[in-house]
Design a protein around this ligand. Structure first.
Ligand SMILES: [Zn+2]
Length: 432
């Protein structure tokens, strides 16, 4: 479809990379943003009432392929991503085989290219097999274009290994980011929800906030000692946020993310034993949620990332203790952020979009994504109606349906998504 010309007329163009917010036309020709001279003969799309922004970038997606295709595939996951306004996602390494060498990354990227729905940036494992014992083939993966490494699902428990990885990563000529799932393994073992009055009342073993606090403090200490580049996945607790705020003030090279579900729910919501609200790290208290929202607003947290975690029905519809943790999130992320943060006035639209476009694109080294929306740049765009109400319900575009947001009313819906000049979503439906 390259060669096609499209002009989006009269949309509100919000471009966090340039910090501009203005009503104007956006012209696309040959897969890139074009000037007004390309308008002649272009297909016209009425974008009045829509916000047009750089295509969203998800720094934390579980696509499950290879190995767990009964949960999701690269194709179904990227179709869900496009439907949610994403043009790029980082796929986590806890596949089978584990993405701990370059070949698996190539497979995933080839599958994504064949589907043509979103660019996929494989995250490499930090340790071989994610076993936490020895470093993975990081150099080989960096040569293959990998920029972010993570053993997500598990923390890197061995501090010496984390130190070695941070030191090793510094030696590359490009910026390599180590992303840690920060929960102290010994404290969360056997736990299924936030440890507190709700877990006591429910008789469910807990995962205390101290587990995150300890792991984040240790990670920051190792980052300080090495000067290494650290990213903290899905923060959930007020004290962890406080540690990151202090580390940034000190000048450590650290970034952090939070999920839409941690910005929305508390452990009071888990009291229904709804397994779709079972997460690692767990949903915590109203005070924690407040601290996370504040941290998005003031920049302590850099990125909102979905932690899209698809599971098969039977893996979720079981007893609370036995069900697997996680929620899908690609299709609902933007609507949730608009509903929970932007419309109530907690976070500006510019700031919210910054956390979902330019900030994750920079961490990921995804130069074609995250804007700016300028002549000559790849036409990776999302258009959404910020005021359209809808209810989250099945079926999902994702192969899975374990959404924490099922039944919730959201305000704000993606109308179109464009990947390099091709509409992957039009009229709120995937085109392929
Ligand atoms: Zn994780």
């Amino acid at each position: 479809m390259t060669g096609e010309r499209i002009v989006f007329e009269g949309g509100r163009v919000v471009d966090p990379a340039n910090r501009t917010d203005e009503v104007r036309d956006v012209v696309v020709a040959d897969g890139v943003i074009a000037g007004p001279e390309a308008m002649e003969g272009a297909e016209r799309i009425d974008a009045r009432g829509l916000v047009i922004a750089p295509g969203l970038v998800d720094l934390h997606t579980h696509l499950r392929e290879p190995g767990f295709e009964h949960k999701e595939t690269v194709e179904t996951g990227t179709r869900a991503a496009a439907t949610g306004g994403f043009t790029a996602v980082a796929s986590m390494a806890n596949t089978d085989p584990v993405t701990d060498h370059a070949a698996i990354g190539h497979v995933v990227r080839d599958l994504a290219a064949a589907a043509g729905l979103a660019d996929v940036f494989p995250v490499g494992a930090i340790t071989k097999g994610r076993a936490g014992e020895s470093l993975a083939e990081m150099g080989e993966m960096v040569d293959a274009g990998v920029r972010v490494f993570s053993d997500d699902g598990d923390t890197v428990s061995n501090a010496r290994l984390l130190r070695n990885a941070l030191m090793y990563a510094k030696a590359f000529p490009v910026e390599i980011v180590l992303a840690d799932h920060a929960e102290d393994a010994s404290l969360v073992e056997g736990g299924h929800m936030h440890e507190g009055s709700n877990s006591y009342a429910m008789g469910v073993a807990g995962r205390p906030a101290a587990a995150e606090e300890i792991a984040v403090a240790r990670d920051l200490a190792v980052a300080r000692a090495t000067g290494g580049r650290l990213h903290l996945c899905h923060l959930s607790s007020a004290r962890a946020v406080e540690l990151v705020r202090a580390a940034k003030a000190e000048g450590l090279r650290v970034t952090a993310e939070v999920t839409p579900h941690h910005l929305t729910f508390t452990d009071d919501d888990v009291a229904t034993y709804d397994t779709n609200l079972k997460m690692n790290p767990p949903l915590r208290t109203a005070e924690d949620r407040e601290a996370l929202r504040e941290a998005v607003a003031d920049g302590t947290i850099d990125v909102i990332a979905t932690d899209h975690a698809p599971h098969a029905i039977e893996e979720k519809e079981s007893e609370f203790d036995l069900s697997l943790p996680g929620t899908i999130g690609l299709e609902t992320a933007l609507g949730v952020v608009l509903t929970e943060l932007v419309h109530p006035g907690r976070v500006s639209l510019m700031r919210a979009l910054e956390t979902m476009t330019v900030a994750p694109a920079r961490i990921l080294g995804a130069a074609d994504h995250g804007g700016p929306i300028e002549v000559g740049r790849p036409a990776n765009l999302v258009g959404f109606d910020p005021d359209e109400g809808w209810v989250v319900e099945t079926p999902f575009v994702s192969r899975a349906r374990n959404s924490a947001f099922l039944g919730r009313r959201l305000t704000g819906r993606v109308r179109f998504t464009m990947l390099r000049g091709t509409l992957t979503v039009a009229d709120a439906k995937a085109t392929r």
